[in-house]
Design a protein around this ligand. Sequence first.
Ligand code: NAI
Ligand code: MG
Length: 339
Amino acid sequence: MKTYKITLIEGDGIGHEVIPAAKLVLEATGLSLQFDEAVAGWETFEQLGTSVPEETVAKIKNSDATLFGAATSPTRKVEGFFGAIRYLRRRLDLFANVRPAKYHPVPGAVKGTDLLVVRENTEGLYVEGERRYARGRVAIADRVITYDASYRIADFAMKLASRRKNKLALVHKANVLPLSDGLFLEAAYDAAANHPAVITEEVIVDACAMRLVRNPSQFDVLVMENLFGDIISDLTAGLVGGLGIAPSGNIGEENAIFEPVHGSAPDIAGKGIANPTAAILSAAMMFDHLGEYQVAAAIEEAVDLILESGPRTPDLGGNASTMEFAAAVADKLQEILSS
Ligand code: NAI
Ligand code: MG
């Protein structure tokens, strides 16, 4: 049996609760896993003067995959501080942000929803330095779209689409941004030449938002640049019940970091009541990425069965602790895998 090296980074706040909870589920997979713990985030910055020590980067590079909790970012400007996850995305060239929005039995989720939002993670409006400037009462932020990054993300999304329904929405605003989104589409069509089975559809981003709310099942995989992906993936997370359950992956050629979409939730941190579902489903995504499809599917099934039967955490109307919920999922997972 192959041994996977998994780096675990709790980060801040409820990261200290949801990652140990997810670890309980990882240990119930029956796979051979070698864990390595690393630090990052605000607490790390306060202790070590950097939010991402080089040792953490080395551990991530040296592992098959990383599971990350959440990191706090101060709301005021702090000299020398940078956001841990944003730094790691760039440093490790984790160019694809993959955010599934799949129905799980929780309040407010739209039945039948099964979407995959693929967001370009390295450019768009999220570039720094001389690409932002203010002169008096005018502030400008350049939106950078490159052919290469657009080709790479479109190609990546088409590979995912070909494992699903061969259906891909190219989300853009080329009617208003013909240079930048025109280039995005041009690159996407060039990538499509390598994936003849994938049917692509162009969708203008604002219409996409409206159509998603009205009938999410009309889409399957959607690919888009950074800012559009940030907003649309929160919308799709909302369609399936929100932050407590939404997982994500940051994927590059060499490395991958999986993390819940939610943040460090300082309002509930330390109480042991955070919902670990998003972290557990991020672990399922991690196994899918590693090619352990059966384990990934079994984790999802175990999560769904426990979400249905309870125990549930307080955000879903129950009174279970983070660890009680995770232990129930871990037990169910062992039952599924041994049957
Ligand atoms: P948040 O996601 O931490 O919390 C928003 C609301 O959802 C809070 O009421 C929280 O209690 C609730 N919530 C979030 N996750 C939950 C869970 N697993 N179970 C139950 N309830 C949950 O977002 P917020 O408050 O805007 O940000 C807090 C901190 O987290 C900030 O410092 C922010 O910068 C950081 N953040 C970090 C992210 C990351 O590490 N990727 C993503 C988003 C925010
Ligand atoms: Mg966001």
